[in-house]
Design a protein around this ligand. Structure first.
Ligand code: AMP
Ligand code: MG
Length: 347
């Protein structure tokens, strides 16, 4: 066990990020807030420091990490060159929840890329994250700051629950604004979304033209299939409860959930429903949690991981409604389907 120092970004602003920067430079691990989820950072140019991230998380070593930078020009030394499409996307969306993948330069250690010839880079839109990266003076390699397989942390309390005693420091910056991890877009070959997030296909296409969506986003990988993004192949976001997704129109999905809820309850199972503003009236006497508004899918993303953590071990079954996969609905369904291990019921 290590002694994990916890700093408040609000109360101890500069102290926290300055100390954090020193910890990173000396090879240590610091969890920090971003606009998406909390990250677990190490010096992205130091292979040994990066391998500590995998140890602390219990992360499979073939799952590459994202390098976090504090300004657009910091990507130059990390890539072989900066393609025109990347320039346009950085101008449009950085800082922000968009990770770009391109061919890596020699200074990026294999531990970061899991041996791949490409590297993922992003500039977060969060004061504390940017201050920490500047204080460290190096790109920060960071996956989400959860134990591998658990839902990503969107508050410092989630990070403490998973990482206390395993890392050097946690910077508390309050809850994350977006709530799901960044959009991951590869620019090698045709631009393709490997993981959907806050920056949507609808937002990307006006800037660079057609964008494809990897089939792995909404489907389980077939046995023996290789993932374009290695992270897609692992069971992800799994709470300690069964998750069941009901697809169909809002009303049909709701009535299906009601039926299944009653059956499960009769079997003595504890249940909860992740409902939406539009369907709250359908579940009158049942335990439910309004996760967001169907007409604003970004609101669904914000609270999903916190809800999965809240009910983990507390209930036996979590029911959730499927939503359309336009805009941030795609990111929501990608996380929800993985949390359910693709356990979907339909009318
Ligand atoms: P996390 O660090 O938990 O946010 O996960 C990072 C995601 O980005 C994972 O799904 C990785 O598989 C993906 N990723 C990172 N680097 C690459 C890369 N070079 N090629 C493809 N996917 C990548
Ligand atoms: Mg993760």
């Amino acid at each position: 066990m290590m002694n994990t120092q916890i700093f408040s970004a609000l109360a101890q602003k500069e102290n926290g990020t300055n100390l954090g920067g020193r910890v990173i430079r000396s090879g240590g691990l610091v969890a920090f807030p971003t606009e998406t989820v909390y990250g677990l950072g190490a010096n992205g140019l130091d292979g040994e420091a990066v391998s500590r991230i995998f140890e602390a998380k219990g992360r499979p070593s073939d799952n590459p990490l994202i390098l976090h930078v504090a300004k657009k020009s910091d990507v130059k030394p990390l890539w072989r060159h900066v393609p025109e499409a990347a320039r346009r996307l950085m101008d449009a969306f950085w800082p922000g929840p968009l990770t770009l993948i391109f061919l890596k330069s020699d200074i990026v250690p294999d531990e970061v890329t899991a041996g791949l010839p490409t590297v993922a880079v992003r500039m977060p839109e969060h004061k504390t994250a940017l201050a920490l990266i500047r204080a460290a003076g190096v790109p920060i390699a960071a996956p989400s700051a959860n134990l591998s397989g658990r839902p990503s942390p969107t508050t410092a309390e989630h990070v403490i629950a998973d990482m206390d005693g395993r890392i050097d420091m946690i910077i508390d910056g309050g809850p994350c604004r977006v709530g799901v991890e960044s959009t991951v877009l590869t620019l090698v070959g045709r631009p393709t979304i490997l993981r959907p997030g806050g920056i949507t296909r609808e937002m990307l296409e006006p800037v660079i033209g057609p964008v494809e969506i990897s089939p792995a986003v909404l489907n389980p990988l077939a046995e023996g299939e290789t993932a374009a993004s290695p992270g897609m192949k692992y069971r992800h976001y799994a709470p300690d409860a069964q998750v069941i997704v009901a697809e169909g129109s809002p009303r049909r999905a709701a009535s299906l959930i009601c039926r299944e809820y009653e059956t499960a309850e009769a079997e003595g199972k504890r249940c909860v429903i992740l409902a939406t503003e539009q369907t709250r009236g359908c579940y009158r006497d049942k335990r439910c949690d309004i996760i967001g508004d169907r007409d604003m899918p970004s609101t669904l993303c914000v609270g999903l991981f916190a809800a999965l953590r809240r009910y983990s071990g507390e209930v036996d079954v979590i029911f959730a409604e499927g939503v359309p996969t336009s805009e941030q609905g795609l990111a929501y369904m990608n996380r929800l389907l993985r949390a359910s291990s693709f356990n979907v019921i339909r009318c």
